[in-house]
Design a protein around this ligand. Sequence first.
Ligand code: C2G
Length: 135
Amino acid sequence: MARTVITFGTFDILHIGHLRVIDRARALGDRLVVGVSSDELNLSKKGREPVFSQDERLQIIGALRSVDAVFLEESLEAKREYVVTHGAQVLVMGDDWAGHFDELGDVCEVVYLPRTPSISTTAIIEKVAGPTAGT
Ligand code: C2G
């Protein structure tokens, strides 16, 4: 039976750290499903809307070679339902989430992969904005 891997993220302003976690997640199975977090979820959790809309982020992530299917992640608390609904045997998250989803160990294998150092959406926004931005 095909082994389905699931992962989640905002993936705003796609960068090499995102691509690496997606490629490494896909390598752990035969099929990768990605939950892309909604604009609303980001606004409520991070206090700002992503630069790219959820529709754009869904299209960008869905176009990647390693990704077999995408869906909108509308609640951080619904991981268990998403894992079961999508038939995933493995849940992959970056290690900034280490320990957070261990309780799902009864329905799937939970794997935390090391983050790619020195890159983040926030750092890109700051770099593009330039040193005088916000002054
Ligand atoms: N990531 C990484 N290396 C980086 C930056 C991000 O490996 N330098 C990984 C994160 O660990 C995560 C994925 O890329 O697994 C997506 O990161 P974010 O877009 O920041 O996702 P986040 O907002 O943390 O996810 O259920 C989780 C939610 O969807 C929110």
